[in-house]
Design a protein around this ligand. Sequence first.
Ligand code: ADP
Ligand code: MG
Length: 589
Amino acid sequence: MSVLRRNAQIVFALAVLAAPFSGVMPAYWITLFDYIGMSTLVALGLVLLTGVGGMTSFGQAAFVGFGAYTSAALTLDYGLSPWETLPISLLVTGLAALLIGAVTVRLSGHYLPLGTIAWGIAFFYLFGNMPGLGAHDGLSGLPPLKVGAYALTDPRDFFVAVWVAVTFAFVASRNLLDSRIGRAIRVLRRGSTLAESFGAAAAKLKLLLFVYAAVLAGLAGWLYAHFQRAVSPGPFGVVNGVEYLLMAVLGGSGRIFGALLGAAGVTVLRDQLQDLLPHLVGHTGNYETIVFGAILVLILQTAPRGLWPLIAGPPPPPARPAPDGKTSLPTREMPAAGEPLLEAHALLRRFGGLVAVNDVGFALRAGEILALIGPNGAGKSTTFNLLTGAQTLNSGTIVFRGQEHRTMTPQLSARNGVARTFQHVQLLSDMSVLENVAFGGHLRGRAGALRAMIRLDRGEEAMLLAEAHKQIERVGLGEHAHKPAGSLALGQMRIVEIARALVLDPYLLLLDEPAAGLRVAEKKALAGLLRDLRRQGMAVLLVEHDMDFVMSLADRIVVLDFGVKISEGEPQVVRDDPRVREAYLGEAV
Ligand code: ADP
Ligand code: MG
């Protein structure tokens, strides 16, 4: 059983591919599988968009329409062959997605799915009202696909074309996900701030994913047009958009093979229900839509990860570095100890009437550990967020290595060589420790999506993974590298975040409560690591509640209370400062 489970994807794919040639599969089912293959392409795009990237689209059927109508119009009106229209159809669909995505992908929360419904409906009516596209009747008499002089008119021949396309799409999608860009895409689900804190362009990645999903839908549309040899607006509306989404969700919205399972499940079910339901109800009608809606809700409630994980078990073992992974990634020259690194001048941030950070300033030099302390709500995390651009400054300036910034963004901060951890751990719990950490090196790689899809990124990828592995070893979590990050204890997750920050190769490391949840021995190891980094010339800015930890480690301490700096100096000086003692109201300092 375990062998079968481990190879479930291959077994499943082979069984599907072999079926129509077995001689026992009725022609009717072969045709059904042609449709399943085309739907799989659309669902695959949605798996990436929805399950991986966290964006829901009900409008995917419209992109199928773009692909289908483009090819239909070009073959009928301009006499192009279907093969000649293929790149044009994909390009038109991709451009349409780029324009639509540029305005919709930015929508947050429920507005994005609502936006996709809106343009899904709009394009349905557009297709149906353009005389040039045959209005409601559509276009017919399209040429079939041909290989040489041989026309793929038999559903069995067409089957090969469809499933070759599906295979390419699967390979490209898997390669994309298993890459530097793919990691950044998977990180998007955790929110833009995390992605941008390591220099990934969240908005661009979302648009990339949106366009990629649309191009897969456009490919399905192109196939569809030359299989049906006719197009009409019917199959490109929002009802079909919901069906495609159901396929992605049913199969398993985070796993690419779920798209196949979902497309097969929904297509077969629709087929059966269309026969059965009118019979039961006693009227003709599209009752299957009601059943699909109910299934969608049921799946989301009982198996939100879809059916594929239940069949195939846990995800395949994640990426591993090549054993000889030499790293020649770009590396920063560390400044000499004592060189000015960061100056914060009069930082100010309000939340409504509350001044969370009020006129706070301090300086930090290379090779220095500066601790930021203060009671809860003093403004420590907000100060961190201002320095890293995660929150915007109301006023004040940040000087980093001689360069003055009046505004800061997470991406700029990462490019400057500032790496951070978060007070509330931000890891992808189902991604391995190794991959979480490798994401920290996003800016040290160059390979883009296209190179990743055809695997021209393997050398660089091996180096990124090797670098990640090195930092995981360094923080003492080597034995956990291949476990899902979510399986670690909270204290260990904080350390994983430090490893991820180190892979950025930072000048400055910002740690928000790194020792919280650590045991005594682990705290000692962490202190040792930070001293080590200091020796190499790295600067560390530390928020921490454990006073013994802070007092023994920090070179200097800045104390905040109600957003105001009340004391600054060497640990001994700060410890004896009466204002500090008062702020902590007798807490042991
Ligand atoms: P610390 O990290 O020192 O415990 P924070 O910087 O998190 O403190 O918070 C400082 C103050 O700002 C607190 O009173 C907190 O409630 C408030 N605050 C922080 N973030 C926000 C926010 N996003 N919106 C409104 N108030 C906030
Ligand atoms: Mg805090």
